[in-house]
Design a protein around this ligand. Structure first.
Ligand code: GDP
Ligand code: MG
Length: 445
């Protein structure tokens, strides 16, 4: 009881909104835990009935990532932030992670689509995320917080001087901003910035921090040096994983269950065009990720070769680890023969011209081509997830060197219980000498 009363007080003080907005925000915040009646909350008064010292303050962690980064690296940054929030919650206040709305990603180029302000719930199962760490959508934050205000933005950057004495150490310090500030002060003295395309969002304060180390090095700073309610870490990718591929990493990764409507479309496609169902392929999926613990090698996968062939910016730099289309098709044919698969599912971001060439070289390939209505519903992000989901269910998979899109497919297959030999494969460049294959990261349950 004491705890809740304090939360209400915090919301009340920082709110400039109407009574109904406050009621709504209280309900949003606590609906998941218990039923709260607005009148009882307020008639009970704002004073805590229990020992105040024991109560934890509700605080919000927001974050954003360097604009050019794509969807799948952003998924990786989420894991780092979830880890930081877990550390913060262990050590003090009642921190909640605010999910940065999706939008304006470089690779989302379908014309005539409004791909901005997209909540996480369109791509991921929110209840699954919440079973790992408390998260809320940005618009819920606005409602709870009583307006689009963020108390403190911390822009993370490296150290201007690099590593001193060539020695790497973990540290955080307030420093002058190295790059041009992406925030401008308005007439009222608030900071305006990108804020995921929410033009009315403002920050009360902005400063730069040089940070070098894993995500949880921010915990002491957020607990001791900063006392405001909402803090946003910009350029959050500056922070490293607390423990890459450790138990905490995998808990968060496993909780990133794709939204059900996208999985259903993928499953339907598998059945219709690839003769693949979970029963036949031993890829039964549990809606509750905490119960999903498939044995390595138990998944058989559908009778098709799954391929992720990354193009666009991966070929512009003439990287030697990415194959030509001819080279890729040659490898695809040899894998189909070796694994006795007569179908190939191809996921790619190839442009029109390359697609035409692919169709000539590989006329029997199967692709998920979204209709105009599907695209409007799922957006480029949803279509990419469907591609990943179908690749994740293939009997054998091959991806593209150092593509986070391919890495996320590896993880999905690991969760489903595939033999690592069928997963950690990548194309080699046509004249690549040492073609090192991807690392197998085993799940820690
Ligand atoms: N639908 C679809 N989109 C893709 C595919 N490959 C790349 N993309 C798009 O291009 C983006 C690539 O960026 P990112 O997710 O950062 O992965 P990475 O750059 O390969 O590490 C994806 O998020 C998709 O929007 C694909 O096979 N299918
Ligand atoms: Mg990328």
């Amino acid at each position: 009881m004491a705890k809740r009363a304090v939360h209400v007080a915090v919301i009340f003080i920082s709110s400039t909104h109407s009574f109904t907005a406050i009621c709504l925000s209280v309900l949003v915040a606590f609906a998941a835990f218990e039923t709260v009646h607005c009148d009882s909350v307020f008639s009970a008064g704002h004073t805590a009935t229990g020992p105040i010292g024991a109560a934890k303050d509700l605080r919000y962690l927001l974050y954003d990532v360097n604009p050019p980064e794509g969807f799948n690296l952003r998924r990786d940054v989420y894991i780092r932030m979830a880890s930081l929030v877990k550390t913060l919650r262990k050590e003090g206040d009642d921190w909640v992670l605010v999910l940065p709305p999706w939008g304006r990603l470089y690779h989302w180029q379908s014309p005539n689509l409004h791909q901005i302000h997209i909540p996480w719930g369109e791509f991921f199962s929110l209840t699954s995320l919440q079973a790992n760490v408390p998260v809320i959508e940005y618009e819920e934050f606005i409602a709870e917080n009583g307006g689009p205000f963020i108390d403190q933005v911390l822009i993370l950057q490296n150290y201007a001087e690099g590593w001193t004495d060539g020695k790497w150490e973990e540290k955080v310090d307030e420093r002058p901003c190295i790059e041009k500030l992406m925030y401008n002060k308005d007439k009222q003295g608030y900071y305006r910035g990108w804020f995921w395309g929410y033009e009315e969002t403002r920050a009360r304060n902005v400063k730069c921090l040089s940070a070098q180390g894993h995500a949880s090095i921010m915990a002491p700073v957020l607990q001791k040096n900063i006392t405001v309610t909402s803090v946003m870490l910009d350029r959050a990718e500056t922070l490293l994983h607390d423990h890459y591929a450790g138990k905490d990493y995998w808990d968060t990764r496993r909780s990133m269950v794709f939204a059900k409507h996208l999985r259903l479309i993928g499953d339907d496609f598998r059945q219709k065009y690839l003769n693949s169902t979970d029963e036949k392929d031993h890829t039964i999926y549990s809606e509750d990720w905490t119960r999903m613990k498939a044995k390595l090698g138990s998944a058989k996968g559908g009778p098709y070769l799954g391929v992720h062939l990354r193009r666009k910016d991966f070929i512009w730099g003439h990287r030697e680890d990415v194959p030509s289309l001819k080279g890729a098709v040659k490898k695809i044919r040899s894998l189909m023969k070796k694994h006795k698969l007569d179908k190939v599912f191809l996921a790619t971001d190839a442009d029109e011209e390359e697609l035409r060439e692919l169709k000539t070289l590989l006329p029997d390939m199967v692709r998920f081509e979204a209709s105009a209505e599907d695209l409007e519903l799922f957006k480029d992000g949803g279509v990419a997830i469907i591609d990943q989901w179908i690749c994740a269910h293939a009997r054998f998979f091959i991806g593209t060197s150092v593509s986070t899109f391919s890495f996320r497919i590896h993880e999905e297959r690991e969760i489903l219980g595939f033999d690592p030999k069928t997963t950690y494969n990548r194309f080699c460049g046509d004249s690549e000498k040492e073609c090192e294959q991807p690392t197998h990261w085993k799940i820690v349950y």
